[in-house]
Design a protein around this ligand. Structure first.
Ligand code: DOR
Ligand code: ZN
Length: 367
């Protein structure tokens, strides 16, 4: 029996190989990059970085440590700690970011730009998510920093949710677009903005309505799951992330955007490790760990949509082009074959529960 029906929809058969019995499907793409990643610090680094470095050439490293990475000096030291955690046989380039606060100065932005190590600055609305306490309390507080970023062409990465407790948690992204992001894009039309981890049809439509300076990342969990996953047979803390999973119509809108080939949409896993006990708690942390199958999950989503031929564009081309960086020159090969994700991975002295723990992933990265 043929196991390879997905390939009938592939436009670029050159990249796909069928081996002799047993039939397997493989897909070779330019090595991807992860444009949104949390790797934490200390002992955790060497637990999580090999997963990303096996698959991705580069990753945009989120600065929400405690205390946050607010200066070029802190980012440079953090970068060194990350580099020390890369296994000797792997090549991986961390692309550092700064955490914006109400106090971030244009001089700090200039230092960041001149360092050549900082690739973007992250806007966390204060109180929106993990370690966002030092984030921005009023958008006008960062206007001077944003003007400097626009001048130096340093992209702004946005956690796009309002924190107003009166707003329903499922509406926070849409209200953020109306109140903050649309006016911000109008005010700074030349500022490059990445609307991170979009989760709604409203976000897709907004991104499409903007000029080419505004793009968006999409996570694997928001392509593969809807909010039912949070409550499947009971409360499922390992499906809790921010922005929270939305209803199925939104997942479909995200999938359409991802497989469209539109250069505004690109890969950002938002893999966010937390200790098992921080997640399995009366007040569990937000974050889903996906780095162990960071490209494989996307292959699943694109395969299910009959669009494996669009994976390379989304995963390996669009992000690099948006950031004005060269596309990677080597490749990875994925094979369509089930493998079982372990129940846990180490996280420093603790353990984390990865996405799909104890269950199968349908694609495997073989090189
Ligand atoms: O789910 C999330 N986890 N969303 C975020 O915005 C932050 C992240 C984390 O750092 O754990
Ligand atoms: Zn994140």
């Amino acid at each position: 029996m043929q196991k390879s029906d997905a390939i009938s929809t592939i436009n670029r058969p050159l990249h796909l190989t069928h081996c002799a019995q047993p039939v397997t499907t493989t897909l070779t793409i330019i090595r991807p990059d992860d444009w949104h990643l949390h790797v934490r610090d200390g002992e955790a680094l060497s637990s999580v970085i090999p997963h990303t470095a096996q698959r991705f050439a580069r990753a945009i490293i989120m600065p929400n440590l405690a205390p946050p990475v607010t200066t070029t000096e802190l980012a440079s030291a953090y970068r060194q700690r990350i580099i020390r955690a890369i296994p000797p046989n792997m090549h991986f380039k961390p692309l550092m970011t700064l955490y914006l606060t109400d106090q971030t100065t244009p001089a700090e932005i200039k230092r960041a730009h001149n360092s050549g190590l900082i690739y973007a600055c992250k806007l966390y609305p204060a109180g929106a998510t993990t370690h966002s306490e030092s984030g921005v309390t009023r958008i006008d507080a960062i206007y001077p920093a944003l003007e400097a970023m626009q001048a130096h062409q340093l992209p702004l990465l946005v956690h796009g949710e309002v924190v107003d407790p009166d707003i329903d948690v499922f509406d926070r992204e849409q209200v953020f677009i109306e109140r903050i992001l649309a006016p911000l894009h109008q005010r700074y039309p030349q500022l490059r903005i990445v609307f991170e981890h979009i989760t709604t049809r409203a976000a897709v439509d907004f991104v499409l309505s903007c000029n080419d300076k505004l793009g968006a990342t999409i996570t694997p969990q928001h392509l593969l799951y809807n909010r039912n996953a949070l409550f499947h047979g009971g409360l499922r803390p390992h499906f809790y992330c921010l922005p929270v999973l939305k209803r199925e119509t939104h997942r479909q809108a995200l999938l359409e955007a991802a497989i469209s080939g539109n250069p505004k949409f690109f890969l950002g896993t938002d893999s966010a490790p937390h200790g098992k006990h921080q997640k399995e708690s009366a007040c569990g942390c937000a974050g889903i760990y996906s780095a162990h199958a960071g490209i494989e999950f996307y292959a699943e989503a694109f395969d299910a949509a009959g669009s494996l031929d669009k994976l390379e564009t989304f995963a390996s081309l669009n992000g690099a082009r948006f950031y004005g960086l060269a596309v990677n020159t080597d490749t990875i090969t994925l094979e369509k074959q089930d493998w079982t994700v372990p129940a846990e991975y180490p996280l420093g002295n603790s353990a984390l529960v990865p996405l799909r723990a104890g269950d199968n992933v349908h694609w495997r990265c073989i090189t």
